[in-house]
Design a protein around this ligand. Structure first.
Ligand SMILES: Cc1cc2nc3c(=O)[nH]c(=O)nc-3n(C[C@H](O)[C@H](O)[C@H](O)COP(=O)(O)O)c2cc1C
Length: 366
């Protein structure tokens, strides 16, 4: 039967998405200096909830020393729970599921952002970017502590009323750093072989589900976002990604979310290869993995785009920039109205876009 963008979809842990479109996680950089929720943040998300089946709140750090940028949102301490609750309540009252994306920046952090602390990672290999600081290698017992930090953050967002979390295994943050042969050069059980590099993301996923179950939330949604390929050498190739996903499929993940700028993306490593990454995925997915919904991303601006992506094989699509420009994006599609493609002067106030985000959106302005 042909899938429709307004069809419901049931997730394996028990919750239902009312349609196939979700608001993509997008960093707004407008939290308080300690990472707690501002009123602006609540207004911005509440304004955009209601149409999409779920709102995935932006990347949120799990550790006081794990920020990737200024104004980042945090779930690293209990005093943040009341603010996070305002956020979850605002989204849920409008009728969308509230999901929050969790990360640790690892080697993508800097001492300036993290109270002078040197960043940490799987190994002491600096990221390939200007001014990257060489991280300190985590000791084995610190890795166990890090897994617990993810669990503690999950407990906080459950107390705040979120329906689920998205583990941020993309954007070269810590989960990806453990899996990548570029950033992980360890020779203990946490590194070396692909099987060992998989151990950290696998243990985090297991622990998160265990935590939700212990807190009486067996239907808590757990998504996992991944970057399909890395340009670093050595780096993650698509075969590695399929190995990761085929194994994570055994750990009660509710959806896997591609991180890419276009849902029609092909390989960035082998640019002569014209096969869509989506088709590579569908060909290489195990029977178990095929049971788990996949969420595509990138470039959805209209009902035609969304339908084409779903008919190509994605089960759901996340929509980012179109939600910045059109807070009622999904409802516009439902009503057969044309969404806008650009922002114009004054939209920051009209569309409730916080100033730190507005200031970096020059590329979307007419
Ligand atoms: C301003 C901005 C902030 C973003 N922040 C995040 C983030 O916090 N986490 C993440 O996984 N992706 C982030 N992304 C990527 C989006 O989730 C999305 O995948 C991307 O924008 C492509 O989808 P689109 O064409 O619908 O915008 C961000 C994108 C934008 C434009």
């Amino acid at each position: 039967m042909t899938k429709n963008i307004f069809d419901k979809i049931e997730l394996s842990s028990g919750k239902t998405f009312e349609n196939r479109l979700v608001m993509a996680p997008m960093t707004t950089q407008c939290s308080f200096h300690d990472g707690s929720v501002t009123d602006e943040l609540v207004q911005y998300y509440t304004r955009r909830a209601g149409g999409p089946a779920a709102v995935i709140v932006e990347s949120t750090f799990i550790d006081n020393y794990g920020r990737a940028f200024e104004g980042a949102l945090g779930a690293d301490s209990d005093d943040k729970i009341p603010g996070l609750k305002k956020l979850a309540d605002g989204i849920k009252k409008k009728g969308s599921k509230a999901i929050i994306q969790l990360y640790h920046a690892g080697r993508m952090g800097t001492p300036e952002l993290n109270k002078g602390r040197r960043p940490i990672s799987a190994s002491s290999i600096a990221a390939l970017r200007d001014n990257a600081v060489e991280p300190r290698t985590l000791e084995a017992d610190e890795i166990e502590d890090m897994i617990q930090l993810f669990a503690d953050a999950v407990r906080r967002v459950i107390e705040a009323g979120f329906d689920g979390v998205e583990l941020h295994g993309a954007n070269t943050y810590l989960l990806q750093q453990f899996y990548s042969p570029h950033s992980n050069r360890r020779d203990d059980e946490w590194g070396g072989s692909r099987e060992n590099r998989l151990r950290f993301p696998r243990r985090v996923a297991e622990k998160v589900r265990e935590t939700a179950n212990e807190l009486g939330q067996p239907d808590f949604i757990i998504g996992y976002r991944f970057s399909p390929e890395e340009l670093e050498e050595p780096g993650i190739n698509f075969d590695d990604t399929m190995y990761l996903l085929n194994h994570l499929a055994d750990h009660s993940i509710d959806y896997f979310h591609f991180s890419m700028g276009s849902w029609q993306r092909t390989s960035i490593i082998d640019t002569a290869d014209e096969e869509l990454l989506l088709d590579k995925y569908l060909n290489a997915a195990s029977e178990r993995l095929k049971e788990i919904p996949i969420m595509g991303a990138g470039g959805i601006k209209s009902v035609e785009d969304a339908e084409a992506a779903i008919h190509s094989g994605f089960d759901m699509m996340s929509v980012g920039k179109a939600h910045l420009i059109n807070p009622d994006f999904v409802n516009l599609l439902k009503d057969n109205e044309l969404p806008n493609s650009f922002l114009t002067e004054g939209d920051d106030v009209k569309l409730t876009i916080p100033a730190p985000l507005w200031n970096i959106l020059g590329f979307l302005k007419e």
